[in-house]
Design a protein. Structure first.
Length: 356
C-alpha cells in the first residue's frame, strides 16, 4: 500500500532527491566512486558544494554581503553559536514554542536574554503581537515556524535591531526577504535533506564585533573563510540537499512551491474546521502553519483518538501522531508532500466521521 509520509522530521523528500541520491551512491558525478566514499576535497565534491550554495542563493534571492554555509551540529548547535558570535551583553527572544525556548535558554548563558513575549500561556497556540523589543539588544531572535505546535510567522517582520531566525521547518517553503535578516539558520531534515547538515545564511558585516573568545570550530568566520570545508562537512547530506534544491528550481522555485503549500494547507484546515470530530489547535488563520498542521479530537469525541489513529494507519497514513506535549494529531505538509497525500488524509477523516 502507498504510504503517506506526514512525519515532522526527518521527513518526506522529493522522489527526485531519492532517485538522484541512489544514483550518486552508485556513481557520484561520473567519478566511478560512491558519494559515500569520496573525498570532500575532490574536484567533484567541491563542484557539488559550490553548486548547492549557488542554488541556495538563487532560490532565496540572497543579496550581496551575505555568506552561505553548511555546518554540522544541527539547528540545536545554532542555539549556542548565535549568542556566542553575536550577543555582547543583551539579546531579545520571541518565545513561540519548544525550539524557541531552547534557543532562549542557551542565550542566557551569555548574558541577559530578554523574553519579549511568549505564547506559553496558551500552550504556544498563537503568535504574540505588539510587543516592544529593547533597542539596546544585540539582536532579536525568532522561530519562523513552530514545528511542534503548528504556528508560523508567514511574513518577515520588521526589526530595528539585527533580526535572527530559526527557519528549520519552513525554509524554502515561501519567498523570504533575506535583506531583513542578519542571520538565518535551518536544520536540513525538514524541507531539504536527510539529517546531518545545517544551512546558515549570514550578513557578513555583523560578525567579528565580539570581545569574547570563540572556539575556532564555533566561530562563523572560520567556516566562511574555509568555504564550509574547515573540517569534513556532511558530504552526503549536502549532496542530497543539492538534489532537493535542483528539484525546487525545476518546479519554479519558492513562489511556485508556496502556492502549492497554501493549497495543501487550506485543504486540510478546511476539513478540520468542517469535521465535527476534530478541532484545530491554532484558531487564528493568520498564525496557522502551512508546514505542520495540528488538530485534536473535539470535546465529546476524545475516546475516538486511538480509533482514528488506527484507522488512519490502515489507510497508509504515517507519522500523524501529535507531539507528546500537544497530543492529538500533527500532519506535516512539507514541500515534498504531494497534494494527493493531503487529499487522502482528508478522505480518511471524512470516512471516519461517517462511520462514527
Ligand atoms: C527540528 C527543529 C530544530 C532542531 O533541529 P536539530 O537539527 O535536531 O538540532 C530546531 N528548530 C526548529 C524550528 C526545528 O523544527
Amino acid at each position: 500500500m502507498k504510504k503517506h509520509n506526514f512525519f515532522a522530521g526527518p521527513s518526506i523528500l522529493p522522489q527526485y532527491t531519492l532517485d538522484k541520491t541512489i544514483e550518486g551512491i552508485k556513481d557520484f558525478a561520473g567519478s566511478g566512486l560512491s558519494v559515500l566514499e569520496i573525498s570532500h576535497r575532490s574536484k567533484e565534491f567541491i563542484a557539488c558544494m559550490n553548486d548547492t550554495i549557488s542554488l541556495v542563493r538563487e532560490l532565496l534571492d540572497i543579496p550581496a554581503g551575505y555568506q552561505v554555509m553548511f555546518l554540522g551540529g544541527g539547528a540545536s548547535l545554532q542555539f549556542a553559536m548565535v549568542p556566542m558570535n553575536l550577543m555582547e551583553k543583551k539579546s531579545a527572544y520571541l518565545v513561540t514554542g519548544e525550539w524557541a525556548t531552547k534557543a532562549h535558554k542557551e542565550a542566557k548563558l551569555y548574558g541577559e536574554a530578554v523574553e519579549v513575549a511568549s505564547s506559553k500561556d496558551r500552550n504556544f497556540s498563537y503568535i504574540p503581537k505588539g510587543y516592544p523589543v529593547p533597542s539596546d539588544a544585540s539582536y532579536f531572535h525568532i522561530t519562523t515556524n513552530n514545528t511542534i505546535y503548528g504556528t508560523e510567522m508567514k511574513k518577515d517582520p520588521d526589526s530595528a535591531i539585527p533580526l535572527i531566525a530559526d527557519m528549520s521547518s519552513d525554509i524554502f517553503s515561501r519567498p523570504v526577504d533575506v535583506s531583513k535578516y542578519s542571520l538565518i539558520y535551518a536544520g536540513a531534515q525538514k524541507n531539504l535533506a536527510p539529517a546531518g547538515v545545517t544551512l546558515i545564511i549570514v550578513k557578513e558585516e555583523i560578525l567579528g564585533k565580539m570581545t569574547r573568545q570563540i572556539p575556532t570550530m564555533l566561530d562563523y568566520r572560520t567556516h566562511i573563510k574555509a568555504e564550509s570545508m574547515f573540517n569534513t562537512p556532511p558530504v552526503f547530506a549536502i549532496f542530497a540537499a543539492q538534489q532537493t534544491l535542483q528539484w525546487l528550481k525545476d518546479m519554479g522555485g519558492v513562489k511556485a512551491i508556496q502556492k502549492k503549500n497554501m493549497e495543501k494547507a487550506q485543504l486540510l484546515y478546511d476539513e478540520i474546521d468542517r469535521n465535527k470530530l476534530f478541532v484545530p489547535t491554532v484558531n487564528d488563520p493568520e498564525d496557522r502553519s502551512l508546514m505542520n498542521i495540528c488538530f485534536v479530537m473535539a470535546s465529546g469525541y476524545k475516546e475516538l483518538e486511538q480509533p482514528f489513529a488506527d484507522f488512519a494507519k490502515s489507510r497508509g497514513m504515517v507519522g500523524i501522531a501529535g507531539h507528546r506535549s500537544v497530543g492529538g494529531f500533527r500532519a506535516s505538509t512539507y514541500n515534498a508532500l504531494p497534494r494527493e497525500s493531503v487529499q487522502a488524509l482528508v478522505d480518511t477523516m471524512k470516512e471516519f466521521e461517517r462511520n462514527n
